[in-house]
Design a protein around this ligand. Structure first.
Ligand SMILES: Cc1cc2nc3c(=O)[nH]c(=O)nc-3n(C[C@H](O)[C@H](O)[C@H](O)COP(=O)(O)OP(=O)(O)OC[C@H]3O[C@@H](n4cnc5c(N)ncnc54)[C@H](O)[C@@H]3O)c2cc1C
Length: 261
């Protein structure tokens, strides 16, 4: 069984700066980490490898420095890693990101299961997993908290819903997104660290994934950021005076004036 795990590098801080001209993230000088929920996707793929003897390939679309994150993925148990990096991928929205990842998955061929995190720390849309499945034309299951069994070309999982969980079975290949309840990610092993040090991590560009230039990056994005702003924080506090009944009446009056009731 071949598993592909999608990992995204995200800024390690919430204090990201926005370029006022392009409305895009300024990534220079900001330390990056693997998207925390993607660590659970990686761990689950390595657990499936141990259970079923699968091969795990980690992929990421990002700048050249994402190679280090992919190297870390190898030290934690991935067999191979591929970086999707090209100046043409810059400014991708979720549609263009998913197109790039789906094209790379098609090029990898022979995949049985694609595992993504539930959502990212920065973009936070949760759209990429389902979009990849749609583009590949294969089933998709979100919020997976347990992989029960993979047998006879079928996958049975538990997925979290608001008031409990559902058990779902699907045919393979399929795409799933996982939640943090699924496992506890491991630390890299000494053997993994040694393997990662010398691992070859190829970089695929638009050409390698056979993508049309108009379908990736800003050109392939269906959405664009028109305006980015920090919300103004206005703090107004007023202490109401008098006995509790007077205070309650004054409060109701103020809420009415503000059209809140
Ligand atoms: C309207 C709009 C405009 C944007 N414009 C820009 C821009 O100009 N420049 C810019 O840098 N960003 C831009 N972004 C952010 C960019 O679209 C997202 O970073 C990217 O599409 C991934 O979406 P997400 O972070 O919401 O991922 P989610 O859908 O929340 O991610 C779910 C999972 O998909 C996988 N995944 C997601 N992204 C990747 C990846 N790159 N590689 C591998 N796996 C991945 C991971 O497993 C992840 O856990 C824009 C976003 C929007 C909505």
């Amino acid at each position: 069984m071949n598993i592909i795990v999608c990992l995204k590098q995200v800024p390690s801080t919430t204090e990201v700066k926005i370029d006022p001209k392009t409305n895009t993230l300024i990534r220079q000088g900001i330390k990056s980490i693997v998207n925390p929920l993607d660590s659970y996707a990686l761990e689950e793929s390595v657990r499936l490898k141990e259970r079923y003897g699968s091969r795990v390939t980690a992929i990421s679309m990002g700048p050249p420095q994402a190679t280090e994150m992919l190297r870390d993925a190898i030290s934690s148990g991935a067999d191979d890693a591929i970086l999707l990096s090209d100046i043409a991928f810059a400014g991708s929205d979720t549609l263009a990101t998913s197109t790039t990842l789906a094209k790379a998955i098609v090029k990898i061929k022979n995949y049985d299961l694609v595992i993504c995190g539930r959502q990212t720390l920065d973009g936070d849309t949760g759209q990429v997993g389902p979009e990849i499945a749609e583009m590949l034309g294969i089933p998709f299951i979100a919020y997976v908290n347990k992989i029960e069994e993979i047998a006879n070309g079928k996958l049975r999982v538990q997925r979290m819903v608001e008031d409990g969980y559902e058990t779902i079975e699907t045919s393979l290949p399929a795409v799933i997104t996982v939640v943090k309840e699924i496992n506890v990610p491991r630390m890299p092993s000494l053997r993994g660290l040694t393997k990662a040090k010398s691992a070859q991590i190829p970089t695929w560009t638009t050409q390698e994934i056979n993508a049309e230039k108009e379908t990736v990056g800003q050109a392939g994005s269906a959405t664009w950021v028109v305006k980015v702003f920090y919300p103004q924080r206005v703090q107004l506090a007023e202490m109401l005076k008098g006995d509790p009944e007077t205070q309650a009446k004054a409060l109701v009056e103020k809420l009415r004036e503000a059209k809140l009731i």
